[in-house]
Ligand binder design. Sequence first.
Ligand code: COA
Ligand code: AMP
Length: 637
Amino acid sequence: MPTTQSRYHEVYARWRSDPEGFWAEAAREIDWIRPAETIFDPKAGVYGAWFTGALCNTCYNAVDRHVKDRGDQAAIIYDSPVTGTKRRISYAELQDEVATLAAMLEEMGVAKGDRVVIYMPMIPEAVVGMLACARIGAIHSVVFGGFASKELATRIDDARPKLILSASCGIEGARVIPYKPLLDEAIALSATKPDSCLVFQRSQCEASLVEGRDRDWAAEAAKARSVGRKAECVPVAATDPLYVLYTSGTTGKPRGVVRDNGGYMVALKWTMSNFFGVEPGEVFWAASDVGWVVGHSYIVYAPLLHGCTAILYEGKPVGTPDAGAYWRVISDHGVVTLFTAPTAFRAIKKEDPNAELLKGYDLSSFRALFLAGERADPDTLQWAENILNVPVIDHWWQTETGWPVAGNPLGLGALPVKHGSPTVPMPGYILDVLDEGGKPVGPNTMGSIVIKLPLPPGCLPTLWEAEERFKESYLSTYPGYYNTSDAGYLDEDGYVWVMGRTDDIINVAGHRLSTGGMEEVLASHPAVAECAVIGIKDQLKGEVPCGFVVLKSGVRTEPAEIEKELVALVREKIGPVAAFKLALTVARLPKTRSGKILRGTMKKIADGDQWATPATIDDPIILEEIGEVLRGRGLAR
Ligand code: COA
Ligand code: AMP
């Protein structure tokens, strides 16, 4: 609840006056093999580096060090309504599983610095896989299951993994999605072939294994166990990469966000008590997917580093079996804190607007709801507050930062809530809002939100094998700052308001997608002359993509037929996660006289927002035509 007792201002001021002292103190929460020589070295890396000279192991800190005092405590509770399974894995059992898998990886030739791609559903083996890599200093790269083969292939080509960990299938509600054919196709498409694939066979679907390349997970594990083979934690530099996580950029080629070991551990551990207000031993649930950054940071690493019990939930907010699923999990496992995307709450609200299903469950353990991944719209936020009667906390961050840039720090004492704002910057972050010329704007004025360099521990030091791209994508537009590519403003109280992106990235059901990437797919269709993809408002998913295409003259196929092909093509090339269902044929696209497509104005028309004809437009009639096409599909008002 809002309090005037918050320690936030004092703690933030302490960090500003002595950032290195602040992070050195936070670093005492981590067990180091060798402590840092320098807390922050401004000469290392692209913008400096944290904890240089230190040696550590993230798996040790997340798993092994808890075994003595909390060996019997559940480290992970796997709750899978889609398979009707619940499984409790203690810290001692997790250590055993991780050390065994790590030994299997070593036996298959994986060593420190090698990459391992993980293409898996939300099952314990995915988490064990991540930790096993961390244990031996291998760099994992988890690819979300909703991406299609081509996207997986692009990531394989960039990361060049020695080995791929996968499973026979994922389960989406009532549907079983075989993963292995997608994996085989991706490997066929990619220029770099992994030496081997370790495949976890699920009972819902048996995958066929490729001779000489694929190995059966359970059989290999049984072999390792029969001889008691286990791997020890390998010392790595704090600045060595723990993982590479690909995220959408402004082109079809995703950006490989690098995360290091030391700074990440320090920052995540700090957030657990100071931001989330959670104590070791408590049950923490992030209802996301291990394929996203939220999954990396708050399903796996942060709760385990803190000695919490992490929930691994294989299901949806609705339909598995109903809109009471979240309440059931909270009450079954004594969850204290739930972290999810606003879209999940919009889905629950739509199905059960009066929260009737809540009545059957005991939520006495539950203390707070945290929302991130997209803007928390005030309606959804208030609805959640009303039905749950606990603080509902919006916080803002990105794959690149790895942990919250801004939020309401419950652990330090919550500040007054302003609906629609993720509150204030966390220690580590100085935010500014700049105009197009790079000049700071005053309070309540929209501009580009930027973070003053250096970025704090835990944020990306670079992009995978693409330092120039890192500089160009994030650091070159506003020298001295990291450009978040989010637009918004700071108000008179220093609260930040994040209103949308300044680039072509859209947010669909909390998933970050590049419209540029979708345009590349549409443009590859032989009938398409030109195209534009924009994100348009959607009540459930926040935004959904909408593609406008101009067909080549002389194309004889019916436009409706081509539209269907385009929808199928995006699903095939990018994946179902793109949620691309709208392809609209138009006669012409609205452009400026210099030939730039007026995507912003098209979006306003589609969203039913106020719009004005841009002075630079080539032919204003085209905007009317776009409106007509949209209205014809029941889309624009
Ligand atoms: N493997 C394979 N397919 C997947 C997948 C996975 N791991 N995850 C999603 N998909 C598919 C879905 O089945 C759906 O396919 P469809 O077009 O055939 O129906 C498509 O990708 C789009 O998925 P999504 O946008 O998630 O929509 P949905 O209709 O399945 O569910 C919500 C809607 C709101 C319930 C869902 O988006 C949700 O739970 N969101 C939570 C947000 C979240 O976890 N965000 C992560 C960042 S915090
Ligand atoms: P991702 O990298 O997938 O986590 O997506 C990051 C992007 O999601 C940010 O750059 C924002 O555009 C958006 N986002 C995440 N959280 C919030 C939030 N709390 N409020 C507004 N936008 C958000």
